[in-house]
Design a protein around this ligand. Sequence first.
Ligand SMILES: [Zn+2]
Length: 324
Amino acid sequence: MSAPFIIGFDIGGSRLKSGVVRLDGTVERPTLDDTADRTFSEILEGARRRGAEHIAACGDTFVGIGVALPGIVEAGFGSRYLPGKVIGIEGFPLCETLEDEFGKPVRCVNDGTAATLAEWQFGAGRGLDDLVGLTIGTGLGSGVIVNGAPLDSANLGTGTSVGHFTIDTDGVLCLCGNRGCAETLVSADAVAGKLRDALTRRVPSILADRFAKDPASVDFTTLVESARAGDRVCVEILEHFKRNLGAVIVSAIHAYNPSAVVLGGGGMAAADLFLADVQAYVDRYAFVFPKDRTVELRPAQHEAHSGVLGAAASVLAALDLSNL
Ligand SMILES: [Zn+2]
């Protein structure tokens, strides 16, 4: 008999990831499918197909399925509320549908919480009882571990909403309905949007010609590379990003008092340009005790598979594995 495993899925706005997760956190057979132009029913069909492929390759010793999703997620149901992202997933009974298909328990988990669970169980947050995880991507995902358990309650479908902490009372409207959310200021998409806005206003930049030819090619990575090359507008935007990221982390520390904050997501590809400065901001402004305590900012260790791994971790936490 092959070793037991969990099938993990990570459904995002533009891609479907999956993998076979062993009980020690090893991820095998990782898959990545572009779903940018797919309907939700096509995405679901893709997940069914990937699940069947994993079972065909690894045997039927899988103990459950975990699914990471954006939005407000109910563990035994699916996504309850998801403004503006994957159309059709909101209100869809995903757990029941996949349980009928595969005959095993299915757990759904918010994607920010999943990434935090992955780091807490198998990565940069292992061994800590109090942890905050942030994912700097198209939005700003979050998850919180307090006193050795994921923060959860009947009212906390998302686990937490650090990405929707108010950072700027005069800021832009967020998709959640609030104004000036952290997500509108420190997500990779938000920062790239600021750069495109500056280039549209013809602020001098080494990116002017490239932007004129192909505006969509100017993204967060471009900004970081150009800041590294000394481009003034990119440096300015990056400095603003660092202050805002520092501010949201300080607020998260005040709310949850973690021992460390784990940072993941595509934005962390540029960590060497901002992490030390954000750590210095946090050391200066966070209200902690003892006063000289440092709340360490740690890069995530499971960037590529964080959703798949975290979804599997949520299944592990829910199942009684003593007889496996
Ligand atoms: Zn918001």
